[in-house]
Every structure is written in structure tokens, then in C-alpha cells.
Design a protein around this ligand. Structure first.
Ligand SMILES: C[S@@+](CC[C@H](N)C(=O)[O-])C[C@H]1O[C@@H](n2cnc3c(N)ncnc32)[C@H](O)[C@@H]1O
Length: 203
């Protein structure tokens, strides 16, 4: 099972909230791609943080496409049902847990709310096909995945992300993933202390 957890690297999610959300909320429809989403804690964390910062009507305009290689065929049903054992929700701030999750089996597991579930679309996808799942994304989040690829594949996947973003779209990756030199003409850093970038218009 892939390593992931709710509210992992909250700093990046909060930077998305602070820098990308003000732009995204000016769009009528917002498509977000979480590439390499594992069992769902990351896209659901993003959904919760976005919902905490926008009303019901704005949130309805957001769709988070959560994709993973899905070798095990477990990802789809787990993300769709969004029922997680208690141990996996323990890091979630109690007020958020109470607001967005319903206990199941006497508190042995928790199911995320219907509103969050309906914002997510899961699909199996191998990034190394270099074929994007769509176009015009306002934000692409790909964390703790690119480090598994060699430099050549990393650059090709980032180029694919660039092509799949709408003009001025955002790309976020993990803190330790530096932008390769070959990508500098495609993405500009949004902040100096994190790997949050904005699509540059191509010359
Ligand atoms: C360490 S997990 C990261 C999960 C989540 N993004 C996070 O940061 O918590 C890495 C994920 O990348 C997925 N992955 C690895 N190679 C992939 C590929 N070629 N295409 C899509 N997903 C891939 C794995 O299946 C796994 O779920």
C-alpha cells in the first residue's frame, strides 16, 4: 500500500489556498488533477481545505480528478467509498473530523461526507504514458511521485503537466523536488520556499 496520510505536508496545501485559490475562484469551472493520489487522503485533504475557504456554491464548481497507477485495483473503491480506519484519521484536527466525517462501526472507521466525495473523480492512469487525462486544469498536484522516476521521465511528465494546464495554471509538487533547469522557461515559482509554480506562457 502506498504511503500517504491526511493533512500530509499541510504547508503546500495552505500555499495553494493562499496563492492559487484566489485565482481559481475567478473561474466558472475549476478542474484540478491530483496525479498519484494513492488511497485518497491527499485529494480529500485538498477538497476539505478548499471547502473550508469557500462557500457551497463555489465549491460545487470544483472537480478534483484523482489518478493513480492503481496496480492493486484497490484505489478506486477505497476512494469512492471513502471509508478509512480510525488510525488513518487520527491526525485530522478534531473539528475537521467532526465536520466532514461520519463514524462507522462504532468509531472503528470514518466515512468522508457526501459533499467531499462528489467533488472527486477517480481514474486509473499511468503518468508514464505521457498522455494527460484532460486539459485546462487550474491546478495539478503531484507529490511524492516524481521522485520514483528518472530525470528524463520526470522532465517529460512535467512537460505533460505544463501542456495540460490552462494559461496561468498552477503546479505543486513536494518540497524536495526541485524544478529541473529544462523546465524553468515553462514554470515560474510562486513562492521561494516551496515547490508551487505557475505556468508561463510559452514564447
Ligand atoms: C508515496 S505515494 C504518494 C501519495 C500522495 N501523493 C502523497 O504525497 O501522500 C506515490 C504514489 O504514486 C503512484 N505512482 C507511482 N508510479 C506512478 C505512475 N507511473 N503513474 C501514476 N501513479 C504512479 C503510486 O501508485 C503511489 O500511490
Amino acid at each position: 500500500m502506498a504511503f500517504t496520510y491526511f493533512f500530509r505536508d499541510l504547508q503546500t496545501i495552505e500555499l495553494i489556498r493562499d496563492h492559487a485559490l484566489p485565482v481559481l475562484r475567478t473561474y466558472q469551472r475549476v478542474s484540478i488533477w491530483d496525479a498519484g493520489c494513492a488511497m485518497g487522503p491527499e485529494p480529500y485533504t485538498l477538497a476539505i481545505v478548499l471547502r473550508e475557504n469557500m462557500g457551497y456554491m463555489f465549491f460545487r464548481n470544483i472537480i478534483i480528478y484523482a489518478t493513480d497507477l492503481d496496480n492493486s485495483n484497490l484505489f478506486g473503491p477505497i476512494i469512492k467509498n471513502a471509508i478509512y480506519p480510525r488510525v488513518e484519521v487520527e491526525r485530522i484536527p478534531p473539528e475537521i473530523l467532526a465536520k466532514y466525517f461520519t463514524p462507522q462501526n462504532g468509531g472503528e472507521a470514518y466515512q468522508i461526507s457526501e459533499e467531499m466525495r462528489s467533488a472527486l473523480r477517480f481514474q486509473q492512469h499511468d503518468l508514464l504514458t505521457l498522455k494527460p487525462i484532460g486539459q485546462d486544469f487550474g491546478l495539478i498536484l503531484c507529490k511524492n511521485v516524481l521522485l520514483h522516476f528518472n530525470e528524463e521521465h520526470r522532465i517529460k511528465v512535467m512537460r505533460m503537466f505544463h501542456d495540460a494546464l490552462r494559461p496561468g495554471g498552477f503546479f505543486a509538487t513536494e518540497q524536495t523536488q526541485k524544478l529541473p533547469k529544462e523546465m524553468e522557461h515553462l514554470f515560474e515559482p510562486v513562492v521561494s520556499h516551496a515547490q508551487l509554480f505557475r505556468k508561463r506562457d510559452q514564447p
